[in-house]
Design a protein around this ligand. Structure first.
Ligand code: RB5
Length: 145
């Protein structure tokens, strides 16, 4: 599985650690779309990079980290083909995959510990969409693009 990841300055430190977690622990093919420093940046610019990589099929899933995860989710979800949400617990990550077929997860670098975000990512990247009755609901979401 190919995964794209990016952050803003508020999520930079955890993003660096999550790149290693994805590549070394989960053995995934990781595309780090930046930034390379913790200089202040605007989160929509980085949300767009990851969201477009998911939408055009360059990667299978996207991961974004900002202060809360909220701004990244608002921006990424604007890109057609993307289903993005701010996720702060492993249980929500599980339902985000099983019911919503989420493809871009947005994490909080300021309010959620690294270990919890690692668990969230593990669930997000290993849980399958259930389909069935959820498929027509997801199709209705995508018809709004
Ligand atoms: C940056 O200060 C902060 O607004 C951003 O990281 C994010 O939390 C926005 O939703």
């Amino acid at each position: 599985m190919r995964v794209a990841i990016a952050s803003d300055h508020a999520g930079f430190e955890q993003k660096q650690q999550l790149v290693d977690f994805l590549a070394q622990d989960l053995k995934l093919d990781v595309m780090d779309l930046g930034p390379d420093t913790d200089d202040r940046v605007d989160y929509p610019d980085y949300a767009a990079l990851v969201a477009r990589a998911v939408a055009d099929g360059s990667v299978d899933r996207g991961v974004l980290v900002c202060g809360t995860g909220i701004g990244m989710a608002l921006a990424a979800d604007k890109v057609a083909g993307v289903r993005a949400s701010s996720i702060t617990t492993p249980d929500f990550a599980d339902l985000f995959r099983r019911h919503n077929d989420g493809n871009v997860i947005c994490l909080s670098g300021r309010f959620v510990d690294l270990q919890v975000n690692e668990e969230i990512l593990k669930v997000f990247l290993t849980t399958e969409f259930e389909g069935g009755r959820h498929a027509q609901r997801v199709a209705k979401i995508m018809a709004l693009d």
